[in-house]
Design a protein around this ligand. Structure first.
Ligand code: HEC
Ligand code: HEC
Ligand code: HEC
Ligand code: HEC
Length: 209
């Protein structure tokens, strides 16, 4: 009896530990296979293609969605130390904004350019990024030295595997949308987050507050 109880307790513990792990894009808010506007019935194709990919964004992974051509208003504040390196959305952030700025139709992939369905509501970030967490700027040891409110990303663990912030959250040393989000939902955490933000754990990964 006691052993059964112990086993039950252990099993629930393991189940709890597993919550949020081993999830995939299937059934997530990025699974567009059943959307009326997606006549292919596929998932990956809205963003990727094995052939004839768009390579105009450096390092884009076999990109298949029409890109935004918008010019964005960038984050600014007197205490923002990344102001000297911030640029127009680069890398994968430009890919995200090719749906999330609301200027490119969702079904504009595989050379289609005449779609009529656009992202809406809170998911539409628009072209004004002054009210969003800054992205596309360098976060390195020098920035952390200039701002003691930041952990040194090259040495501070991210809590994701055994990697540092630089290894597991940054892209060419830069902050991007994917520094906080997992586009493929592999964590299973709400809002496609890269790690839980319970008790602000995500924020406190980089901010030494
Ligand atoms: C809504 C758009 C979107 C969909 C749908 C999507 N991806 Fe991605 N994928 C991205 C973006 C953006 C990146 C680059 C950012 C990153 O790596 O986090 C990426 C990166 C990748 C990479 C390279 C980096 C890595 O994570 O290994 C692979 C491989 C990949 N995707 C495979 C897939 C496959 C397979 C599917 C379908 C099952 C899929 N993706 C569906 C947007 C998407
Ligand atoms: C092909 C278009 C497309 C691309 C590319 C894309 N998204 Fe999305 N994303 C959507 C749509 C559409 C929704 C809203 C789905 C819905 O209404 O439930 C969404 C929802 C989200 C949500 C909200 C999820 C939730 O459950 O609250 C987040 C966060 C998100 N996307 C982040 C990203 C990030 C980060 C990238 C790039 C790494 C990205 N998206 C790339 C189309 C896209
Ligand atoms: C510093 C971390 C961080 C960065 C960088 C970031 N996000 Fe988010 N995002 C979050 C968190 C946390 C949420 C959950 C909602 C909340 O707490 O407001 C969220 C929510 C969202 C949502 C759901 C709508 C909403 O407001 O709840 C979308 C869509 C989204 N993010 C897209 C993006 C895109 C696109 C980028 C890049 C341009 C981006 N995010 C960059 C942390 C981030
Ligand atoms: C992957 C690392 C990372 C994560 C996660 C992260 N941030 Fe940041 N954040 C930064 C960096 C780097 C800066 C630039 C700081 C600077 O130069 O002053 C920044 C800037 C900011 C700023 C603007 C500071 C200023 O001086 O204008 C605020 C506010 C902020 N973050 C809040 C948050 C919140 C809230 C969260 C969680 C939802 C979060 N951050 C998650 C790295 C991160």
């Amino acid at each position: 009896m006691k052993i059964t109880k112990l086993l039950t307790a252990l099993t629930s513990l393991l189940l709890l530990a597993n919550v949020g792990l081993g999830q995939t894009i299937v059934g997530s808010s990025h699974d567009f296979s059943t959307q009326s506007w997606n006549t292919t019935g596929e998932i990956c194709i809205c963003c990727h293609t094995p052939h004839n990919a768009n390579i105009s964004v450096p390092d884009a992974p076999l990109w298949n969605h029409q890109l935004t051509i918008a010019t964005f208003q960038l984050y600014t504040s007197p205490t923002f130390n990344g102001a000297s390196t911030i640029t127009q959305p680069s890398g994968s952030s430009k890919l995200c904004l090719s749906c999330h700025d609301g200027t490119v139709a969702l079904e504009n992939f595989s050379q289609t350019t005449n779609g009529t369905h656009y992202i809406s509501g809170v998911n539409n970030l628009g072209n004004d990024l002054r009210n969003d967490h800054p992205i596309s700027f360098v976060y390195d040891a020098a920035l952390a030295a200039a701002d003691p409110g930041l952990w040194n990303p090259t040495t501070h663990p991210s809590g994701i595997g055994s990697g540092t912030i630089t290894n597991t959250m940054l892209f060419n040393n830069k902050m991007e949308c994917a520094s906080c989000h997992d586009v493929h939902n592999s964590t299973g955490i709400a809002h496609l987050l890269l790690k839980t933000n319970a008790a602000s754990a995500l924020c406190l990964t980089c901010h030494n507050k």
